[in-house]
Write a protein that binds this ligand. Structure first.
Ligand SMILES: [Zn+2]
Length: 232
């Protein structure tokens, strides 16, 4: 177990997933010395508030916005996997790409959509790409520590921080980070109409998970146990 490991791999299906779900927590952890690496699986080209019929242009805009947001948050590296927005599939190839990234980054913590949340209450939250990536990442963490499935140097992740969860077991107090979180989100200019309504919406609908804190983010934290075997 690498107790001094302060690397985080934050996984999103679309540009902005991480900012909305976990932006305050990641900014807070970055301030404590954590290094954040980000994976963006799809181009996000089919989620767009500003009309544009040019797909290439939409892809370029979202990539540019994500890079600006990542720079603001001090993210070390962004992995753009380049899949088509809305069409993500669970494939062995996608799992292998995640195994490679996990072994390369060697994170202690992975932020990812919660694979156990299948309550289908929201067409946004329970979007196909979110569901698919949550399972791929979960399985890639297993595979990354198995030298037989994918030969090479293995890596064991310590914790999942599942976001988008319906059964949270942890609330992060982001009260003093709420403005920074909104700024982090605001780089995704193609995703909202105006900053005031975005700010209000985040504060009213996305930050009130517990009465303990004025503004919070919610997670289901899972410690990844390694019973019986050690990986070499
Ligand atoms: Zn998304």
């Amino acid at each position: 177990m690498e107790n001094n490991n302060r690397r985080i791999l934050a996984v999103s299906a679309h540009p902005d997933d991480i900012e909305f779900s976990s932006g305050g927590t990641l900014l807070k952890m970055t301030g404590k010395g954590y290094e954040v690496f980000l994976v963006v699986a799809t181009n996000g080209e089919n989620g767009f508030k500003i009309p544009s019929n040019n797909r290439k242009e939409r892809i370029a805009v979202r990539k540019k916005e994500q890079m600006a947001a990542a720079r603001y948050a001090g993210i070390k590296k962004v992995f753009f996997l380049g899949y088509k927005d809305g069409f993500l599939k669970y494939t062995d190839q996608l799992r292998e790409r995640f195994v490679k990234i996990i072994r390369d980054v060697k994170p202690s913590i992975i932020f990812s959509f919660d694979p156990s949340n299948k309550i289908f209450e929201s067409v946004n939250l329970h979007h196909r790409d979110h569901r698919v990536i949550s399972e791929v990442v979960f399985d890639a963490v297993f595979a990354a520590r198995n030298r037989y499935m994918y030969p090479g140097k293995t890596h064991s992740v310590d914790f999942f921080y599942f976001y988008g969860c319906d059964r949270p077991n942890y609330f992060e107090n982001i009260t003093s980070f709420i403005d920074k979180k909104i700024k982090f989100i605001s780089f995704h200019r193609s995703q909202y109409y105006d900053l005031d309504s975005l700010s209000l919406w985040v504060k009213k609908n996305l930050s009130n998970w517990t009465k303990k804190y004025k503004y919070s983010e919610k997670f289901r934290i899972v410690k990844i146990k390694q019973p019986f075997i050690t990986n070499v």
